[in-house]
Design a binder for this molecule. Sequence first.
Ligand SMILES: Cc1cc2nc3c(=O)[nH]c(=O)nc-3n(C[C@H](O)[C@H](O)[C@H](O)COP(=O)(O)O)c2cc1C
Length: 419
Amino acid sequence: MHRRNFIRLVGGGAVASSLASLTACSDAFPAEAVVAWQGPGNEPDVRRWALGYAILAPNSHNRQPWLVDLREPNAITLYVDRTRMLPMTDPWFRQIVVSQGTFIESLVLALRERGLNTQVQLFPQGEFKPREVDERPVARVSWAGNAVLLPAPIVAPGSLAPALPRVPGKDALRDSLFEQLLHRHTAKVKYDTTRTVAPATLEALRSALTDPDVASGDVKFGGTVDAARLEPLRTLCWESARTELLMPRTVMESVRLTRVGPVEIAQHRDGISVNGWLPRIANSVGAFDRTAPPQDGSTAYKQMMDRFEGHSRTAMGFVWLSTPTARHAAQGTLRSAEVQAGRAYMRLQLKATELGLQMHPMSQAPQEFPEMKPWYDRLHTLLLGQPATQETVQMFCRIGYCAPQQHTPRRDLRGFLKA
Ligand SMILES: Cc1cc2nc3c(=O)[nH]c(=O)nc-3n(C[C@H](O)[C@H](O)[C@H](O)COP(=O)(O)O)c2cc1C
């Protein structure tokens, strides 16, 4: 929208003065909100060092729904932070459990980088029920022996860690995907429609899932860059997004988690961070209403819809992860399958980063609230040719190319420590 029209829309002098102070501002997030992306530096405790990487994992709505218990030596026990769930769009808490898997995989990559041979025990006190999350731990990650020491000279806090020393017998544990942990991000912009994704790229992505720990979770990978398949999937993304955005209770879940401007972003360091000058001005004059869904015809409404439609229509390929439903249901391992899908997704996105490819989850159609059911069913038909009762889509993402985007905020590590 043109600046003059916007000023007319939200009204005169207050906007003009806000505009004067804000248009010169950068949309970069405040430094303290993104400091975690500089890595854990010379943190002497290997568990906190590895957690410095794990908290950078992708997770739904950037809720960062993780709590860790460090009371046991040589182990980290992970719990869901149940104050950070998304009951409207994720009523079975599936995405929150998938987001535990991304954390676990990052943690394991970091611990292996330090020469620690980790054992991951999922649900050590028993698995949650399929549509519930309770107070029991999701995973206990443990190891024997000592970590490879960080190299001297001591790294300045906040600086990127140098390469760790090579140690005979320990190098085999290292995984080159570790190197992407500080570079990865989810690019939520239009992708370049002049750059196609090569079919060979899908095979390169698939190769990231051969790690034995993840492969044993029977997560299946699928992908397409076939023009004939792209169009119906793009339309599905957009139609399913409309369903979420036009329903007050689901869109409000996102609206309430929107952090506008540097003060809110630095205060929360989570959720959906918006730092462009236009929403900041709207916010500063009270025109960015977070108590009601964006009104049809308003600037906020138009921007929201344009963003989702733009993302959907510029998908240059799709990838997905699925798990066998009936078998896991019979074994009582539906939740473990979700965690394993999260671990696989983490590896997939790191591999994409290595390849210079962007990967953006489009989680509307795989959501389980009743109004989404037509799109949910269609997604399963289009991707798998079978219903979710047979095989469940755990992650569905568009892929493509764009300029690098900035990292999203993360809370301070202390906020994740249960004990
Ligand atoms: C299970 C899961 C579901 C997600 N679904 C969506 C989605 O529907 N739309 C979206 O824009 N991002 C989605 N994301 C990406 C997160 O929003 C993103 O990881 C988070 O904001 C942190 O940003 P980062 O990945 O750049 O660190 C999802 C991530 C996960 C792990």
